[in-house]
Write a protein that binds this ligand. Structure first.
Ligand code: EPU
Length: 423
């Protein structure tokens, strides 16, 4: 296995290209199960999670062809001739990537049946899928649980009104994909408003779906009988952009986040500005500059357009070196503080009480060997390494490879002393 080694102290200056968004790519690849022919996606990020989704689609019987003009092109084609799709996502894949559950909606909508291993608890919390299932039942599906698998069947789904208990992102995506081929009108209330949900609706509409209101809490879907193949370039990753923005802020940097969309990053930009960081929308991206004079800010994670939970760990590291005390409240996942003990080993002073973390600022971090059990926590440890004295080794790099494309190369290109090595 690999590790990332960072020497602290480098100032980040230059341009960082932002890759396609992981959390847009995963539902879009699942949506490729819906059309009648091959669909092509461009700007697909080269990530372990995307490869896992590709593997799942292949197991279901689809062809996933990376042989396009660019290595970021991916063409996904349905089984042809006598080949029948296999309608099951096995435990081995679901346990490595919870987003595998995104095949549930499209498979039951198009083929009338899907069997998916139930995702268990994961490192950042229990993360149930009850809302996905409740919504599918409202659309007329029969849901049965057996031997750790959930089986969903329906002759043809029927439009219905679904009121979600909370605005779940992948839950909403599953239901939009299911409702796209249902008979009649579906209304989703308390829908997730994340840009990735909007992106999925845009792509489904390109395929011929009739979806209105994505990006708002009320989504209306008029079901259609068939969806057609499309070509689409995936939106930039707002969390990757946000992570590099914090890196620039912490290192007295001056970085252009090439391709980043400021409208996807409003809550993050507001908090960066409140910390004393200069952030400006520029042609083709977002520029982040800092003189290193950072002040503490309080953060509450919320569904979009609130502050994203996927940026909580990164802002916590910035809070360690900012002036003053920051209070962070993690309201989405009950157990998303795994980076805290690791940061403690680097000299951070953070106290956790349930969902609240109190971070003492003005700390001098020192390099150490650290590891984390989730993606964003791992990214936060790299950020800590960028400003720590001496050498930091971030172990269990596979978490990073799930969601950051070539993070060490991108940071090195703007001046970080960082490399990948064998663990
Ligand atoms: N929830 C339920 N029941 C459900 C669904 C969700 O109780 O049926 C709860 C969850 O336990 C959580 C809250 O609702 O407390 C919100 O979870 P959500 O379903 O929105 O999360 P998700 O769809 O599983 C996506 C992203 C996550 C991101 C969250 C929140 C993808 C593939 N994953 O997860 O991304 O943190 O939304 O924005 O889109 C990451 O990229 O590192 C990552 C974890």
């Amino acid at each position: 296995m690999d590790k990332i080694v960072v020497e602290g102290g480098g100032r980040l200056v230059g341009r960082i290209p932002i890759s396609g968004a992981k959390n847009a790519a995963l539902p879009l690849l699942a949506a490729a199960l819906l059309p009648t022919g091959p669909s092509t996606f461009k700007n697909v990020p080269q990530l372990a999670d995307v490869r896992t989704m590709g593997k799942l689609l292949r197991m279901l019987g689809w062809t996933v062809d990376e042989g396009g003009k660019s290595k970021t092109d991916l063409t996904i084609a349905p089984p042809t001739g006598k080949k029948k799709p296999k309608l099951e996502a096995p435990y081995d894949l679901v346990k490595t990537m919870r987003a595998s559950v995104l095949v549930l909606g499209p498979l039951v909508a198009r083929y009338g049946r899907a069997r998916v291993s139930l995702p268990g608890g994961c490192a950042i919390g229990a993360r149930p899928i009850d809302q996905h299932l409740k919504g599918l039942q409202a659309l007329g599906a029969t849901v049965t649980l057996d031997h750790g698998y959930v089986e969903v069947t329906a002759k043809r789904l029927k439009g219905a009104t679904i009121v979600l208990d909370m605005p779940t992102v992948t839950g909403c995506e599953n239901l939009i994909m299911a409702a796209a081929l249902a008979k009649g009108r579906t209304v989703i209330e308390n829908a997730a408003r994340e840009p990735e949900v909007e992106e999925l609706a845009t792509v489904l509409n390109k395929m011929g779906a009739k979806i209105k209101g994505a990006g708002s809490p009320l989504i209306t879907i008029e079901g259609v009988d068939e969806l057609l193949p499309i070509e689409h370039a995936i939106m930039p990753d707002r969390i990757e952009a946000g992570t590099f923005a914090v890196a620039a802020a912490m290192t007295k940097g001056d970085v252009l986040l090439d391709g980043a969309r400021p409208e996807h990053l409003e809550a993050v930009i507001a908090k960066l500005r409140a910390s004393g960081v200069t952030v400006a929308a520029e042609a083709g991206g977002v520029r982040v500059r800092s003189n290193g004079d950072l002040t503490a800010v309080d953060i509450i994670t919320q569904p979009h357009p609130g502050f994203p939970t996927d940026m909580q760990a990164q802002f916590m590291v910035m809070a360690c070196i900012a002036k003053g005390q920051s209070v962070i409240r993690e309201m989405i996942f009950e157990n998303r503080y795994m980076h805290v003990p690791e940061l403690g080993r680097m000299g951070a002073d953070i106290h956790i009480d349930g969902r609240v973390a109190v971070v003492k600022g003005g700390m001098k971090l020192t390099g150490a060997s650290v590891m984390a059990t989730d993606l964003r926590a791992s990214a936060s440890l790299i950020l800590a390494g960028l400003v720590a004295s001496g050498k930091t080794e971030v172990l269990r790099v596979y978490h990073l490879d799930r969601g950051y494309e070539a993070i060490e190369k991108k940071l090195k290109a703007v001046g970080a002393k960082i490399k990948r090595a064998r663990q």
